[in-house]
Design a protein. Structure first.
Length: 291
C-alpha cells in the first residue's frame, strides 16, 4: 500500500519530533515528555502506550493470531514506530557527543547538567498550585531520600543485564512524564556513562536489556504513575522535586572530583538554568495558546 503525500508529511513531522525527544531524553534534566507536550503529541503518545495490552503476549504464545491482530489494531502502531525511529536515531547520534563531553570537559558538562537539574526541579515545584505544610514535608522527605541516593555514586552495582533491565524500567517511565528526565534517573542509578558507551559501541545485549526493562516498566507502571499524579498531584510533584534537588549531590561530587565546579563551571551552570528556562517559556506559551 502506497503512502499518500499527507501521510508522508505526517510521518516526517512525527520523526522530527522523535529526534527532538531523543536529543532531550539523553540529556539529564530535560524531559522528552516536555517536548512531546510542547509539540502537541503528548496525549497521543500516552494514549498509544496505554492501549498496549500485556495480554497480547499470551495471545502470541498460544498462537491466537486473531486476538493478537485485534490487539495490534487498537495500537497507534505507525505513530509509535516512526516516533521510536526518531528517538533511536537521536540516541545513536548524541551518545558519542555526550560521552566525549563527559570525558574531556567533565567540570563544564556536570556544571551544565547541575543547572538543568536545579532549574527543572524548581519548574516542577511551580506546577503545585497551592503548596502547604504537607507539600513542604513531601519536599523535605524527597530531598533527604535524594541526598542519600546521590551518595550512591561510589556504590558500584555493576552493569549486568538485570541491573540494566531495572534501570530501563525506572528511566523510561520517567521519560514520558513532562519535567522528569529519564536520563537523569539513569545517571542517579550509576548507569549513564555505561549506557552512552553501549550505544556508541552498539552493544546489543546491553541495549536490548535496557529497552526491555523500559517496555516492561511502561506496561506495568504507566497507569499507576498516571493515577498517582492525578490523585495526589501536589504530593507527587513535591516528592519528585525533592528527589531531584537532593540527588543533585551526585552531580556536584562527580564534577568536583575532576576540578573546580565554582570557578570553572559557573558559566555552564547558568547556561543549564537558561536552557530549562527557555523550555518552560515555550511550554507555557504553548499551553496558553491551546487553552
Amino acid at each position: 500500500m502506497s503512502l499518500r503525500p499527507d501521510d508522508i508529511r505526517e510521518h516526517a513531522g512525527i520523526y522530527l519530533r522523535g529526534l527532538a525527544m531523543g536529543a532531550c531524553d539523553i540529556i539529564p534534566g530535560v524531559s522528552g515528555g516536555t517536548i512531546a507536550l510542547i509539540t502537541g503529541i503528548y496525549e497521543r503518545l500516552v494514549g498509544a502506550i496505554g492501549s498496549v495490552d500485556p495480554a497480547s503476549v499470551k495471545h502470541l504464545v498460544r498462537g491466537d493470531f486473531g486476538s493478537l491482530r485485534a490487539d495490534i489494531e487498537k495500537i497507534d502502531l505507525p505513530f509509535i514506530v516512526v516516533l521510536l525511529a526518531g528517538i533511536g536515531t537521536a540516541f545513536l547520534l548524541m551518545s558519542g557527543v555526550i560521552l566525549t563531553l563527559l570525558t574531556d570537559h567533565t567540570v563544564a558538562t556536570y556544571s551544565f547538567f547541575l543547572g538543568l537539574i536545579i532549574a527543572s526541579a524548581v519548574a516542577i515545584f511551580f506546577e503545585i498550585r497551592s503548596p502547604n505544610a504537607a507539600t513542604v514535608a513531601y519536599l523535605v522527605v524527597g530531598a533527604g531520600a535524594g541526598y542519600l541516593l546521590g551518595g550512591l555514586g561510589s556504590f558500584d552495582a555493576g552493569h549486568s543485564l538485570p541491573v540494566l533491565f531495572l534501570t530501563g524500567m525506572v528511566a523510561l517511565c520517567a521519560m514520558i512524564l513532562p519535567g522528569i528526565s529519564g536520563a537523569y534517573m539513569t545517571l542517579v542509578l550509576n548507569q549513564y556513562e555505561f549506557m552512552l558507551a553501549a550505544l556508541r559501541a552498539f552493544l546489543l545485549p546491553e541495549i536490548l536489556a535496557y529497552i526491555a526493562g523500559g517496555v516492561a516498566g511502561l506496561l506495568l507502571f504507566t497507569k499507576a504513575l498516571k493515577y498517582l499524579l492525578a490523585t495526589y498531584h501536589a504530593a507527587m510533584l513535591a516528592l519528585l522535586t525533592g528527589l531531584m534537588l537532593g540527588s543533585a549531590r551526585m552531580l556536584w561530587d562527580t564534577g568536583a572530583a575532576a576540578g573546580d565546579m565554582v570557578g570553572g563551571g559557573w558559566v555552564f551552570f547558568l547556561a543549564g538554568l537558561a536552557v530549562v528556562g527557555a523550555f518552560e517559556y515555550v511550554k507555557r506559551r504553548y499551553q496558553v495558546g491551546t487553552a
